[in-house]
Design a protein around this ligand. Sequence first.
Ligand code: GDP
Length: 462
Amino acid sequence: MDGMTSVSIPPRRPVRKLVTGIIWGDEGKGKIVDDYVCLAQSFEDGRDTVVARFQGGENAGHTLYVFINGKWERFVTHAAPSGIIRNTDIAIGPGVAFNPLSLIEEIKKADRLIGGYNGRILISNRVGICFDYHKMIDSARESAGKGVGSTRSGIAPFYEDVARKTTRVTFQEYLSDKFPDKLRQVLEDKKVELEAIGINHSGMLEMLVEKHKSARQGLRGHGVDLEYRMAEYMKRGAHIIIEGAQGSGLDVDMGDIPNTTSSHLLAPNAFPSLGLKRKDFDIIGVEKIYVTRVGDGDFPTYTTDSFAEIGDLNGEFGASTGRKRRVGYPDWVMARRNAWLNDCDGIVLTRADCVQDREMKVCVAYEVDGKVRTEVPVSLTGVKPVYSGTSYKWKLWEGHRNLADPLNEPPELTAIRADYVKNGFDGLPGAMKEFKRHHDEFVDCKTVGISIGAKSGETIYV
Ligand code: GDP
């Protein structure tokens, strides 16, 4: 030893997060993904960031409020990972219901907004294409009262074709010259089904080939064996953010059967399909502090009392369909189960601003057939909430109750929120901290962030 102390600077850890919704969706995943993208981009090598989707399709809708060219802008994505608005690379995994036309539209939209999108676009050769006929079948079923209140984006009929195997058109086939032949075979195989629900398929082949002509040309070169390419991102130390869609209560196997979506959306499903390893990622569950649900299906804490006013006051309408979301009190029974099933390392609580001044009780058990239980049953019909004896109420600021339109809120409100972010967790109201403490004990997972506004950056990380 020469007496000198060598100071070793710990290597900068790449941002590796999977962001998943742990209740019924619409928790604010897009905003939290954006927070992690901004974190990644704050590093010198921030340009090397990829945001990947692994399931779902256009039934997902993330709304982002981002500050671009001197003003706040609203950006909604359905097909593209949220990263496009930050010019990151984007990846579409094989489990997605992929609509190339929507992806192109959203890239154009991002392109106009940010003045030139030039990230790398990686689309799994294995991913299936969601076509117009999927939407038509979905819509016909909904109109006939035989659906579960879907977004009519064709998601269930698409995943039926995935399970049927021979009627899935992969992205590799889509790009190849054999595409018209493949589509002809698929339409032939689906003829009886289409006719049975009154869908006229004559001319559909020609229409679809024509409609997708320029997309097939435009996306040529973007079809990849994604698991290998993602492994390369991993190996060179790039930032990787995986973006979930919907919420765990809607998982096709572990959700509220039959009122679920059609894909496997629990976080651990993402890794094998993207060629990544769970141990390399933090799984972050996004939990809206209160509960909302769209589409069919019951939920135990649903309420129509004055607490439900927060729905209208805070713009609780779906990003994909504009449908009104039903509102309920926090459901920690569901949160605990879903944090566990997703293997969450941390939770970000969202919309803490939306419940201020409201007396809020929390559900800590269910009453099912007269018996109190703390496990989530297969069916939620008839399940009654059992609330803890404690309720919570906090205030972040005076006035400003209507937060439905973040783009038009007064600048002083944006400034108040910025102050809260600057002051960190310690600056939050005592009741909110107590809520967090009780929540984390009950849900058995630590809260790592509390979101207090719709706009980018309005999150306090603990
Ligand atoms: P996602 O699909 O989970 O990304 O959720 P959506 O985009 O459908 O809905 C979430 C909406 O809530 C978006 O408009 C967000 O900007 C907004 N949001 C997220 N977190 C907060 C919050 O803490 N406060 C408020 N007021 N809005 C939030």
